[in-house]
Design a protein around this ligand. Structure first.
Ligand code: AHG
Ligand code: MN
Ligand code: MN
Length: 403
């Protein structure tokens, strides 16, 4: 049965484009350049969405091959056919947007410089740079589980007369002018923020438009979910395991799809925390700073959440290379605070060989090996071992069971 919507609900039906343009008015002196860029991202997302939905029918499942062998990205990871298609599509659409001066993509080793004069399209280089994970969770494609796209947009700092520099991309997440993601799931959604809250749009394939469906998204007060790759738990930095035990004790349930976008999105709607910590083998974690962690940190902050890379607020961390990895903890602030408390308690423990009878060297080494600039942990100097402050921190661990 068809129920007629109320007239007021129909008037409120905003397309992505209408919404972006209406929101532009909130910024004094806005020129519409960012609006244009955001609607172009929406266009590219529609193109990728079409391919993702038909992947099983159009022969684009599986790994991308060149000269008879599988290709790998700059990080040595096998590229799926859809990784390559999504990368080509976003680069093509963004490259023809006159507002874009450069792109850093997970699938490309170097900055893609966009010179509009050379392309005969306009003058020189655009004022924005885009960091993008064109297809996040791409190993899910072949098994028909959700995947996504993640993007972050910075305003360039270098003069627009020349190509974009690495420093244009390597800005802290707090300085992003916009960030968002597309989730190709049971329905396709585009979620973005320009620093005035987070809004979600659902794609109507019959009309070919994104419509505002989730205005002003916020983490719910009550957290119900924690997300972590359980196989990494025993190897994770000290503190994560006691925190997870605490989550279980409080009745949170575990959910993990292996696609960061999907896990983040679910936790944003249902309440919870996502964790990809450093491990023994990978002290810097797995996720990429510029086009995975930073955009989600920006969104989480706008949705009332917090994000950490181990012992530092990720919003303020300064990246040091284009493809660097970072540990990532993001979600409801009270969960992040509890996790930080557990990390601090463990840090105090492992740094204090007297109280636990442990050697401090292995644990210290694990912490020190993380990139100290992108994730400058508060690493106690040897002289602080056994200090009053370390002992005081130990007392704060009372609510966590030490393993
Ligand atoms: P990508 O497909 O862009 O390389 O990203 C995969 C990432 C991320 O989406 C996910 O959260 C994580 O890898 C899963 O890693 P594990 O399989 O190690 O849990
Ligand atoms: Mn990814
Ligand atoms: Mn990817």
């Amino acid at each position: 049965m068809y129920l007629r919507p109320k007239l007021s609900a129909m008037i409120g039906a905003n397309t992505l484009q209408e919404f972006v343009v209406a929101r532009q008015a909130e910024f004094a002196g806005a020129t519409g350049d960012l609006s244009r860029l955001l609607t172009d991202i929406g266009t590219a997302a529609k193109m990728v969405n079409r391919h993702v939905n038909r992947a099983g029918l159009s022969g684009i499942l599986g790994t991308h091959q060149e000269n008879g062998s599988g290709t790998r990205n700059v990080q040595g990871e096998a590229q799926q056919k859809l990784d390559v298609y999504a990368d080509d599509t976003f680069n093509r659409v963004l490259g023809s947007c006159l507002k874009v001066g450069g792109i850093v993509s997970e699938e490309q080793p170097d900055i893609i410089h966009v010179d509009h004069t050379e392309r005969g399209q306009g003058k020189g280089y655009g004022k924005y740079v885009v960091c993008i994970d064109p297809l996040d969770g791409s190993s899910n494609v072949d098994v028909n589980i959700s995947v996504g796209t993640i993007f972050g947009i910075h305003k360039r700092r270098s003069p627009l007369t020349g190509p974009a520099t690495p420093q244009d991309f390597m800005q802290p997440a707090k300085d992003l002018v916009a960030a968002g993601y597309v989730l190709y799931g049971s329905s396709t959604m585009l979620v973005y923020s320009t620093g005035c809250g987070v809004n979600g749009f659902t794609f109507d394939p019959s009309i070919g438009e994104f419509f505002l469906s989730h205005p002003n998204m916020k983490f719910p007060e009550e957290s119900t979910v924690y997300s972590i790759n359980d196989a990494n738990l025993d190897k994770s930095i000290p503190g994560v395991k006691p925190y997870v035990k605490d989550c279980r004790r409080r009745g949170l349930t575990a959910r993990y799809t292996g696609a960061l976008v999907a896990d983040f999105h679910r936790n944003l709607i249902q309440g919870g925390i996502y964790m990809y910590p450093g491990t023994d083998a990978k002290p810097g974690g797995k996720l990429r700073m510029l086009y995975e962690a930073q955009p989600l940190a920006f969104l989480a902050n706008q949705a009332g959440g917090k994000t950490r890379c181990h012992h530092q607020d990720l919003l303020h961390a300064l990246p040091t290379s284009l493809h660097q990895r970072t540990p990532l903890f993001t979600g409801h602030p009270s969960e992040i605070d509890r996790l930080v408390q557990a990390l601090e308690a463990q840090k105090a423990t492992v740094l204090n060989p007297i109280t636990q009878g442990r050697k401090h060297a292995p644990a210290c080494r694990r912490l020190v090996m993380c990139n100290p600039t992108s994730c400058p942990h508060d690493i106690s100097s040897p002289s602080s071992l056994g200090s009053a402050s370390a002992l005081a921190q130990l007392k704060t661990r009372s609510s966590f069971q030490m393993l």
